[in-house]
Design a binder for this molecule. Structure first.
Ligand SMILES: [Fe+2]
Ligand SMILES: [Fe+2]
Length: 194
């Protein structure tokens, strides 16, 4: 079990650049909130956003003004990640059933759908609220990114409220409150600094 996860961790570190931390933390959170998580769940958590590491002509583009839960973007992003991770696992000679299960979990990583998928989705939200808040606040200070304070607030709220498992929400609640406070502080700073 460990060797496939170890190869996936190296793959993520090698290709995901600044997003590697979010992916590694998603695996960590999943272990913390569900020590019985399966290999498929851990692999999905670790690699769920990997399509962003391999930009191409078919890369989906997120338009912040369409809201954080734009179904067209989320589906294209999830499908593309599932395909890229499926190819990687195939190259690693992972058992086909395992590869299928990981791909199925990645296809629904934004929305969840059944217990294993809900755990992976919750771990993604927890990792986001732990390590992706600052990058979003940074984008907020650059008008050209399209991430206005309202769009960033909507993104933070969605990452919290989409969590389907009550026990995972309890873990996420303080991180979410902190994210909102930091957003408010940064907004106040810009408004009074002008
Ligand atoms: Fe994602
Ligand atoms: Fe993610």
């Amino acid at each position: 079990m460990e060797s496939l996860l170890a190869s996936a961790r190296s793959w993520v570190k090698e290709h995901a650049g600044g997003q590697a931390l979010h992916l590694l933390k998603t695996e960590e959170w999943l272990k913390r909130i569900n020590p019985a998580a399966s290999e498929a769940m851990l692999l999905a958590a670790l690699t769920h956003d990997m399509e962003r590491a391999f930009p191409g002509p078919d890369s989906p583009k997120q338009d912040p003004s369409r809201g954080p839960d734009d179904p067209l973007y989320l589906q294209a992003h999830s499908e593309r990640s599932a395909r890229i991770v499926g190819d990687f696992l195939h190259e690693q000679q992972a058992p086909p059933e395992l590869t299928e299960e990981v791909m199925a979990l990645i296809r629904v990583h934004e929305v969840g759908g059944w217990p294993a998928a809900d755990w992976v989705q919750a771990a993604d939200s927890l990792s986001f609220l732990e390590v992706n808040v600052q990058p979003f606040l940074n984008m907020m200070s650059n008008a050209r990114t399209g991430w206005s304070p309202e769009n960033v607030r909507a993104k933070f709220s969605w990452m919290y409220t989409r969590i389907r498992l009550p026990e995972a929400r309890r873990w996420a609640s303080p991180l979410y409150q902190q994210a909102l406070e930091r957003l408010q502080q940064q907004k106040d700073f810009f408004e009074t600094g002008r």
